[in-house]
Write a protein that binds this ligand. Sequence first.
Ligand code: PLP
Length: 421
Amino acid sequence: MELQTKALHAGYEKDSQGTMAVPIYMSTAYEFRDVEHAANLFSLKELGNIYTRLNNPTTDVFEKRFAEIEGGAAAIATSSGMSATFFAIANAAEAGDNIVCARQLYGGSLTLTAHTLKRFGIEARFFDVHNPESIEALVDDKTKIIFFESLTNPSIDVADIEAITAIANKHGILTVVDNTVATPILCRPFEFGADITVHSASKYTTGQGLAIGGILVERKELVEKLKGNPRYAHFNEPDASYHGLVYVDVPLPPFTLRTRLSLLRDIGAVSSPFNSWLFIQGLEHLSLRMREHSSNALQLAEYLEAHPKVNKVNYPGLKSNENYKMGQKYFQDGACSGLLSFEVASLEEATKIVNATELYSLVVNIGDSKSIITHPASTTHQQLNEEELKACGVPSGLIRISCGLESINDLIADMEQALNS
Ligand code: PLP
């Protein structure tokens, strides 16, 4: 089956009512047939529903469908993109370990890795996504994860996934790719050697800015990388918290199994069944939307590039962009999603343009069907001074656009009047 078909059908067997739409199972818990049935579920002799913090039939469809679209073995839906990222790291690393992360990360992932995890004894070491060779000098026998975004937010760079996973594989280290901005429709990290993907489902998956959620996906045959690997002793030794279960010995995808049995159980950042249902609705037309987002973004980028007030446009679909070659290599038909940014001369100029737009909403989100405009220097990066802004690639005249699904003629016309205001 092709992606478009999987997005509509995978993971759902119609129930006795024959419901075409996946039902929303709003239920905290599930009745066991008898004591033996309950015991079998807890010991994994039988698989089934126990309690919605661990599993839920609606969430199960979302997880199975997303895993199929991503080309993975299994998935875990979470309460947010941030909790998916946290689970991916916490499932591999513990106090005393380190993780190697791209410097070009979403702001929340940067604060999680650089600050919050530091307080848990996990050290983050950063590399420039344009320079994967620098990873080699950062890894040691305590490195548990190499973490990066396929298409970075907000810097809009494209990672050389094959180059990064080759270094990770040489050392037997797991790679985690945040594939939120590219989505599984445009970019397929597992085909380029990645082990785990994470997504904020709050963006293109819901597609209409309806709900916060996340998902973590494990590639097929990951067990081969974990089995006997001294970096991941906790997958190879009995888990005292789960009556001595050895994750690599169970015939289920081990990374997601441990995330569910250990982390979802103890931390509980689970997707609500209603949100899982919203994400299922979003997946149905994700492939159509991603094509349209990408086409609109490219046309807007081309328009901006030709405008005399615009100093620079960052969009990997532009031939002039330093990420163009990577975009053509890693993205389906070279379609580079809906995120772009551009620079004007000054903070004052940027402020004027952002205030003058009418169709673009001033919002700190991306991946909505409605177009969004953000001025990082006055919002997400407000605490940084001029020099710091430059160092992290956010000059004060930078404007970020999440290009929506409005008519491109209207989007360009509104941008034109704002630039001329
Ligand atoms: N990853 C990326 C690339 C993001 O842009 C975001 C949010 O903007 C996240 C992760 C975090 O997702 P959430 O807001 O769903 O926790």
